[in-house]
Design a binder for this molecule. Structure first.
Ligand code: IVH
Length: 661
């Protein structure tokens, strides 16, 4: 037995060493067949002696956990994004801004490849992989620990027993992507558009066995935990921990060297075995990074350079009209599918009627399509030389293709609008926006389900969402009991959204997330907001004439006012509090207080919870997330116990408050 134990230990050590050489160092000492032989011998021994299976055995990476849903993870440090530059001029602007802020002409930059995958944050405790999360909305991500554990290039144990958190990108190499799509095609499954989508789809699998079958890799590029490392030192240290670093990084003495690096990789990017979508340029010096700091969304000390996207010619098969949530009708080009920089493009935006006439685009034409920084590609040119006699001029219709009401054409305005607030397609788009992640974040309410709810006459508008019954929707889009009750729970939970999210979710033209935050800060509640006047609005910093007018016009439409009044009456009436801090465990949760509290008054406890955006209710039900109990708690405590609801004594609750403050 002892001998077996030793043999298994040696095999595990050896296999882990080889897999590190293969996945992290990209320099294997042995070939695949030799590796497979060793792996099989270990598997055989483990089958015979399951009690001796070692935790760090490579066989344990196959993923054996099936989750019901992902837990939420609150990021200790927000996961920000990067600002983008698209031209050499913009890069010089970036360099000049930095030189000015630092008052120095000598800025050292570290250039790295911008791996086209999905961002992850990984925590190690005492050197052991403890938790991994997706970016989510930057503040709260999803717990993907089990899936991350199936990725060979990410060690489950570090070389040094430290507590660290690192950030990196999980990606799927092109070859694995092709093989995956080939096998999906054979099985009649939908194909992934590009390796990034395939990687994202693979990491967000509730069954980690599926993730384990997809060949995912990762590169780590920074620490999220506090340190005083320059970027070069960070990369060095990340490597020392045994974590995979992409070795194509380069230190550049000035912006000219950065440009050389960019040009080199623009020419050579296709020789890599994985997709990159640009170059990341980071100020190396940590003190400089601190001086430069962050904007709301991204560090000022870094930027990404996006490679110019390819332009390709294809046939314009048709022009369809898409009706947006604000009633604007956008023409969409339906194209003969082409592959641009790794993704299949079959639709492109034509923006508005003037673009169609200025470009003189006709159905049947050969057009040039470009995919620049934006997600939706656009038609940039018509190759007139290739026009055939059967090409057809596109006439913008006089009536809405969805509700048939007369469309509004204004002078000097290229955007054609449908003003019918009962227009179904418009209302569908409103609900899609309302439910989206940055708005009310209603989990499980995707586009397909929304379309079905409208088709089946279950809802006609946003407010109807809040009176959906279980019986109405069972069976829709093959939803069973469980998914229906999850969906109804998320609809209910959305009632606890913050004021800025509710304002954003209304879908007012020109009111994005940033404007919604400013409006929430200044108007405090929905009632004040619907009564805002133009003068007041344009006097707010960062709200200009266009946004102010959009808001006024929005509330001039009676139905929109009624919508907000209805939201208020069903209990969606958040109050902006400038003392809202980061999310904590009570955010968006339903909490019940019971019994006699000793150290806090009921109101103090309630105020505290509401500050974190929790909803305090009077009775315990299966929807309750927490019960906080004091002395002589009676039936509510028993009920919560029987429902398995998380319970906190007053003392435990106070401890959480104290830790927060
Ligand atoms: S640094 C504050 N370095 O690009 C964010 N990001 O918008 C700092 N990415 O999805 C990010 N390769 O995961 C950095 N070498 C690299 C990167 C990289 C890919 C991704 C990142 C995020 C996006 C940034």
């Amino acid at each position: 037995m002892l001998k077996m134990k030793e043999e298994m230990y040696n095999l595990v050590e050896l296999l882990n060493k080889y897999s590190y050489q293969y996945y992290v160092e990209d320099n294997p000492e042995i070939n695949d067949t030799q590796y497979d032989l060793l792996y099989k011998s270990l598997e055989k021994l483990e089958k015979e002696y399951p009690e001796l299976i070692l935790k760090n055995s490579p066989t344990q990476r196959v993923g054996d956990k099936v989750l019901k849903e992902f837990d939420k993870v609150i990021h200790t440090q927000s996961m920000l994004s990067l600002s983008n530059t698209f031209s050499i001029e913009e890069l010089y602007d970036f360099d000049n801004r930095i030189k000015k802020a630092i008052s120095s002409e000598n800025i050292e930059y570290v250039c790295e490849l911008k791996i086209d995958g999905l961002a992850v944050s990984i925590k190690y405790e005492n050197g052991i992989l403890a938790q991994a999360a997706t970016r989510g909305d930057g503040e709260v991500g999803e717990d993907i620990t089990e899936n991350i554990k199936t990725i060979y290039s990410i060690p489950k144990e570090l070389n040094i027993k430290d507590n660290i958190e690192v950030r990196g990108e999980v990606y799927m190499p092109r070859k694995s992507f092709e093989l995956l799509n080939k096998s999906r095609e054979e099985q009649g499954m939908t194909l992934f558009a590009n390796p990034r989508n395939a990687a994202a789809g693979s990491i967000r699998q509730l069954d980690s066995k599926i993730t384990a079958e997809r060949k995912l890799f990762a590169f780590i590029y920074s620490f999220a935990s506090e340190n005083n490392f320059s970027q070069l030192e960070s990369l060095n240290n990340i490597q020392k921990y045994g974590l995979p670093v992409n070795n194509n990084f380069k230190s550049c003495k000035n912006i000219e060297e950065v440009i050389e690096y960019i040009n080199y990789w623009d020419k050579n990017k296709n020789n890599l075995s994985y997709d990159i979508d640009g170059i990341v340029i980071k100020v190396n010096n940590k003190d400089y990074q601190k001086t430069l700091g962050f904007t709301q969304k991204s560090p000022r000390w870094a930027t990404s350079f996006k490679f110019p996207e390819e332009e390709l010619a294809t046939k314009l098969l048709d022009i369809e009209l898409s009706i947006g949530r604000t009633g604007i009708i956008t023409p969409v080009a339906i194209l003969e599918p082409i592959n641009i920089s790794g993704s299949t493009v079959s639709k492109a935006s034509l923006h508005n009627k003037d673009i169609i006439s200025n470009l003189d685009v006709r159905i049947g034409d050969t057009v040039v399509v470009k995919k620049a920084g934006e997600i939706i590609p656009k038609v940039v040119k018509v190759i007139k030389e290739l026009r055939t006699s059967d090409s057809k001029v596109f006439e913008f219709p006089t009536n809405c293709p969805s509700c048939n009401s007369k469309l509004v054409y204004e002078e000097n305005n290229p955007f054609v609008k449908c003003l019918n607030s009962m227009c179904i397609e418009q209302n569908i788009k409103k609900v899609i926006h309302f439910a989206s992640r940055d708005a009310m974040n209603i989990d499980g309410l995707g586009d397909k389900i929304i379309y079905s709810l409208f088709e089946n006459n279950i809802i006609n508008n946003i407010i109807d969402l809040y009176s959906i019954n279980k019986e109405d929707i069972i069976g829709i889009e093959r939803m069973g009991e469980k998914s229906v009750s999850n969906l109804l729970d998320s609809i209910e939970k959305s009632k606890n959204s913050t004021l800025d999210k509710v304002i954003y979710s209304l879908g007012i033209l020109n009111v994005g997330k940033k404007a919604a935050k400013i409006l929430a800060e200044n108007y405090n509640n929905l009632h004040n907001f619907i009564n805002a006047d133009y003068e007041e609005l344009i006097n707010l910093s960062d709200i200009g004439d266009i946004t102010a007018r959009s808001i006024i016009e929005f509330f001039e439409i009676d139905n929109n006012k009624v919508l907000v009044e209805n939201l208020i009456s069903i209990g969606i009436n958040p109050v902006y509090s400038n003392i809202i801090k980061k999310d904590n465990i009570f955010s968006n949760k339903i909490v019940v207080l019971t019994g006699k509290l000793e150290k806090l008054t009921r109101n103090e406890a309630k105020e505290y919870l509401e500050k974190y955006n929790a909803k305090v209710t009077g009775s315990v039900s299966s929807k309750t997330d927490f019960l906080i109990f004091g002395e002589k708690a009676g039936s509510k405590l028993e009920k919560a116990q029987s429902l398995g609801i998380k319970m906190l004594s007053e003392e435990e609750f106070i401890k959480i408050i104290e830790e927060e403050n």
